[in-house]
Write a protein that binds this ligand. Structure first.
Ligand code: ADP
Ligand code: MG
Length: 160
């Protein structure tokens, strides 16, 4: 992980809006890992991303199904929540390799639970409680990650 961007986001609405910007930066696909305690806003960010592709309904947490697929504008979007994954090996049973095909958008909450099995993410987003809102630290990996992060940083205020 290389480049680092930090942003402070206060309120759910602003969180969804920031997620939408991230979604716009993911128009050509990409994998994003969302790290952070329960309730920090990972699913809220994913909702913004998925809305950016044209989805209008609610975005449910795929806690029990592990993955929820979407397809908009010809792009496959896979929203993972690995919180309840007992063993990373279980990912084999859902054929997870097929999801990370390079052209899809893969959003992964609780990637730590799939350690050793998941491919490297283009972006890692670390969310934590801060001053009543949330602080996001965004790290990129590789050239694709750099490009995605550059697109996002053109549209948001950097705080450090
Ligand atoms: P997670 O998926 O990390 O468990 P959620 O996305 O379900 O968390 O969000 C948990 C709660 O945090 C929701 O009630 C949501 O409205 C709130 N929330 C999300 N982002 C923010 C923010 N930036 N500031 C304040 N509250 C937020
Ligand atoms: Mg969640």
């Amino acid at each position: 992980m290389t480049t680092l961007l930090t942003v402070q986001i206060n309120g759910e609405e602003a969180m969804v809006a920031w997620g939408s910007r991230l979604g716009e930066a993911l128009a050509d696909g990409g994998t994003v890992f969302f790290h952070g305690d329960l309730g920090t806003g990972k699913t809220t960010l994913c909702r913004g991303v998925i809305h950016a592709f044209g989805h209008e309904g609610p975005v449910k947490s795929p806690t029990y199904t592990l993955v929820e697929p979407y397809n908009y504008r010809g792009v496959d979007i896979y929203h993972f929540d690995l919180y309840r994954l007992g063993d990373p090996e279980e990912l084999e049973y859902i054929g997870f390799r097929d999801y990370f095909d390079g052209s899809s958008v893969c959003l992964v909450e609780w990637p730590e639970k799939g350690a050793g099995m998941l491919p490297t993410a283009d972006l890692g987003i670390f969310v934590k409680y801060m001053d009543g809102g949330r602080q996001l630290r965004i790290l990129s990996s590789g050239q694709r990650g750099e490009i995605i992060l550059k697109k996002i940083s053109e549209t948001c205020i950097e705080v450090s």
